[in-house]
Ligand binder design. Sequence first.
Ligand code: DOR
Length: 434
Amino acid sequence: MQPHENSGAFIFRNGRVLDPSRTIDRIADVLVVDGRIAEINAGLDIGGISERARTIDATGKWIVPGLIDMHVHLREPGEEYKETIASGTAAAVAGGFTGIACMPNTHPVNDCAAITQFILERAKYYGSCRVFPVAAISRNLEGNNLAEYGELRDAGAIAVSDDGRPVVNALLMRRALEYAQTFDLLVIAHSEDPTLSGGGLMNEGEISTRIGLRGIPNAAEEVMIARDLLLAELTGGRLHIAHVSTAGSVHLIRSAKSRGISVTAETAPHYFTLNDELISGFDPVYKVNPPIRSLKDIAAIKEGLADGTLDAIASDHAPHSVVEKDLEFEFAANGMIGLETSLPLALELVREGVISPLQAIAKMSFNPAAILKIPFGTLRKGAPADLTIIDPDLEYVIDVNRFRSKSRNCPFHGRAVKGRAIMTLVDGRLAFSE
Ligand code: DOR
């Protein structure tokens, strides 16, 4: 975000205020002054500042803390043809996000202070929202030596992860969980045992057998989650499991939480929306790692979201160009974009009755902020004015040609959905409006 003066004021009238940080769900007005949440109440009298306040009628709309996506791949540095910090954050605010955590699998890898600083500098000048860099667990994501967590934390990294690759060496993962505690860094695990998943292209099951593609068993994810839960218990480190896709993973995390292990977890919209039958057409737009799973897994993911086992919904926005994606299924890159579709897909769960509106917003704002220990995801008085206005009833068809993202690898193109962000305020500044 470019440096700016927060001299503006906004008054949002008569909206449904959903603030999971204080379990608030009621109709009220929200006043924003000088980049801060100034007041929330019904029938607010804004007296002296009414002249400089822009009035927005929010009747029928939701007013929520700025959404936070804790799992995004911005491809800068290195693959700017897929996404840049400018295009990725523009996509983020259009999707209702005011903050995003970006994964370190760039080129070069974000495993040293210079890259973290580079990302933050670019975000400051070319970004539309807040960017929170996640640094690498291991140097160059090679899984051999730990990166320098102290200098990464000082440079602005908020977590470490080798996302895109698992940490195969259990001792290295143990040391990461120990070392990260010194700097209060979260360790985000990409849970995959490559000896089980190796060479697999899709979920292992009836469909993979029928269409003859090599499968990735659920156990490839679950074995690693089980290991890392034990290592979190051993070390006391803060562990977060990325992109949970299987029923067994939900079960493992639920039981670890009940035993008091310090673990949090996220899933992505494609894991509760898409199933492996879709792969039958061999369209690589559905290729992602971990793979989209079975209907049984989808049901378990929904249960995990409903009972709080899964704390966050994150997009795992993974932009790729046609050069990597429009190939035979076997050769296509893994990943799908999600910043501009996460919210309407999460709202499908609300309409299905799986989670409440407040739960949906919590999983997309307050919970990720709490997990990352960043002071956002709240509409508390005095908090930075990061907020999102959602029209929950707006019906439209997802169209990749309207995306701000540079990439088009979205499996939801053409899907009729309901609900989207119509206004996104970052630090009191209008960053997006529809
Ligand atoms: O499908 C994926 N794409 N999974 C990952 O873990 C990494 C991501 C990417 O960076 O493209």
